[in-house]
Design a protein around this ligand. Structure first.
Ligand code: PAN
Ligand code: ZN
Length: 187
């Protein structure tokens, strides 16, 4: 068993920044090519999409990892900016998302084809149950910022979502965001 000494980190509740910053992952729109219904235009490949700033802990089923995600607003075609989305590699590992700013939708799906979409806005606490793949979608005009806490050995399975997608996608409609069946969903 890997245990830690107690420690404290500052989280900027407005900007999501973690102080001191330890592990920052940056994703650009080009990293998401193939996940949107439309290809990411070559001239937009370098556009920042989101950052994930993690509070590290040794990988084990008894430690907790946490991170803030800052997801920039925008669209590719009619589809809102989103994270790659993943199942946890250890399928039954759950997670909690606390939204600090912005407006989003948390799109979730199971391996047997069910889906659920939950709101994200300042103050929402989304419980992502084990075995549910999850993707955050920024449907607003400001960065969507949320703090996530998860079992440290959860891991990431991105490949299944890259191959199959989620059962639904979130598109900009005439009167706001619309959740519609994913025409490219492959089960
Ligand atoms: C989150 C996500 C983060 C970025 O910390 O990893 O929002 O999304 P992708 O990992 O799908 O690119 C989380 O769900 N961790 O388990
Ligand atoms: Zn996760």
């Amino acid at each position: 068993m890997t245990s830690l000494e107690p420690f404290t980190t500052m989280l900027d509740l407005e900007a999501g920044a973690i102080e001191p910053e330890r592990k920052l992952t940056e994703r650009r729109l080009g990293d998401l090519d193939g996940l949107f219904l439309e290809p990411v235009p070559a001239e937009r490949a370098g556009e920042p999409a989101y950052t994930v700033s993690e509070i590290p802990a040794p990988v084990s089923g008894s430690n907790l990892l946490s991170s803030t995600t800052v997801l920039q607003p925008g669209r590719v075609g009619r589809e809102f900016h989103m994270t790659k989305g993943h199942y946890h590699e250890v399928r039954d590992r759950a997670e909690i998302y606390v939204t600090l700013a912005g407006e989003g939708r948390l799109v979730m799906g199971t391996e047997d084809g069910r889906h659920q979409v939950e709101p994200m806005r300042r103050g929402t606490v989304n419980y992502v149950a084990g075995r549910w793949a999850h993707r955050s979608v920024n449907v607003g005009g400001e960065p969507l910022i949320f703090y996530a806490v998860y079992v440290a050995d959860a891991g990431y399975d991105y490949g299944t979502i890259e191959e199959e997608g989620f059962p639904v996608v979130v598109l900009a409609g005439d009167s706001g965001p619309e959740v519609v069946p994913n025409p490219r969903y492959r089960k």
